[in-house]
Design a protein around this ligand. Structure first.
Ligand code: GLP
Length: 290
């Protein structure tokens, strides 16, 4: 796992969007795993901006979202289909037929889950999976004690998740109690994972997910098994990490991040110089990155 700490939420979001954009430019047929939640809204806003200003092309890519509420049709304003359409899909040139979310209103939910896995496989698997993290430590809706080998299925939402997401529903008690979610095993099959977390309220769960022991109580700890996973944080979300100085050193020194450092430090077209924060304090690197 690689951990990258950026000075603030805007810089963290920008880096995640840049990583995704570069993969998409390198492979226009990229299969992208997408996430929802408040954190992702700014990533999608940045991608829309890149589409409009730099011609970032979504026309040949395929997307698969992590999850959807059971019982909500895509037309419902609180469905994740609605979220994705309005935050990203309708604002870029993606072919809507290539965008996939589980159908929360399917008559046979179990068959829908099996079908979702099959479509992912048919598309060649997910190349890059974007992830957020819930306060319950979940990826998608893999709530506490989700099997770390699970596949797409229905999960009952935990009390912590209900408290976190209910304010998005009006009235709050309209929030479904269950969701279809990719399993932890499904997520780990992605070729690359990219998790973004920002803000002080995520600091505790981020520290447990990255530096704590692997446990099904926190499904995000399973990312410790992934061979190609980056976690991008702002300083607030990184504030409880024991090895924060080490992670900062890696981003500022590892050759693989060099081109991103150059992009970030490059003067923008309007003449402003966006400077990445250089750490004066030198520490000794411990071992290789991931
Ligand atoms: C929902 C999604 C998760 C996401 C989480 C984070 O619960 N199912 O995939 O990680 O929201 O939400 P936020 O960014 O609002 O903290």
């Amino acid at each position: 796992m690689e951990v990258v700490i950026r000075p603030n939420a805007e810089a963290a979001t920008d880096l995640v969007a840049r990583v995704l954009a570069r993969e998409l430019r390198d492979n226009p047929r990229l299969v992208i795993g997408l996430a929802t939640g408040r954190t992702m809204e700014s990533v999608y806003a940045r991608l829309v901006q890149m589409h409009r200003e730099e011609g970032l092309d979504f026309s040949a890519c395929h997307t698969f979202n992590l999850d959807e509420y059971v019982g909500l049709p895509g037309s419902h304003r609180n469905s994740y289909r609605h979220y994705m359409n309005h935050n990203l899909f309708l604002n870029v040139n993606v072919d809507l037929r290539n965008t996939h979310l589980p159908d929360g209103a399917a008559a046979d939910i179990e068959a829908e889950c099996e079908h979702y896995e099959k479509v992912i496989t048919r598309c060649g698997g997910i190349d890059l999976q974007l992830l957020g993290i819930g306060l319950a430590g979940h990826l998608g809706f893999n709530e506490p004690v989700s099997s770390l080998r699970s596949r797409t299925r229905v999960k009952v939402l935990s009390p912590v998740t209900r408290i976190q997401n209910e304010p998005l529903f009006a009235p709050p008690d309209e929030m479904p109690r269950r969701a279809i979610t990719m399993g932890v095993g499904t997520i780990l099959d992605a070729r690359r994972c990219l998790l973004l977390a920002t803000g002080e309220d995520k600091a505790e769960i981020v520290a447990r997910a990255i530096e704590g022991p692997v446990t099904s109580m926190i499904s995000a700890t399973a990312l410790q098994f992934h061979p190609h996973c980056a976690v991008v944080l702002d300083e607030a979300a990184a504030s409880r990490l024991q090895e924060a100085d080490y992670y900062r050193w890696i981003f500022e020194n590892e050759p693989q991040w060099q081109s991103y450092r150059n992009e970030i430090d490059a003067p923008s077209l309007d003449g402003h110089h966006v400077k990445s924060v250089r750490r004066k304090k030198e520490i000794t690197p411990i071992l290789d990155g991931a």
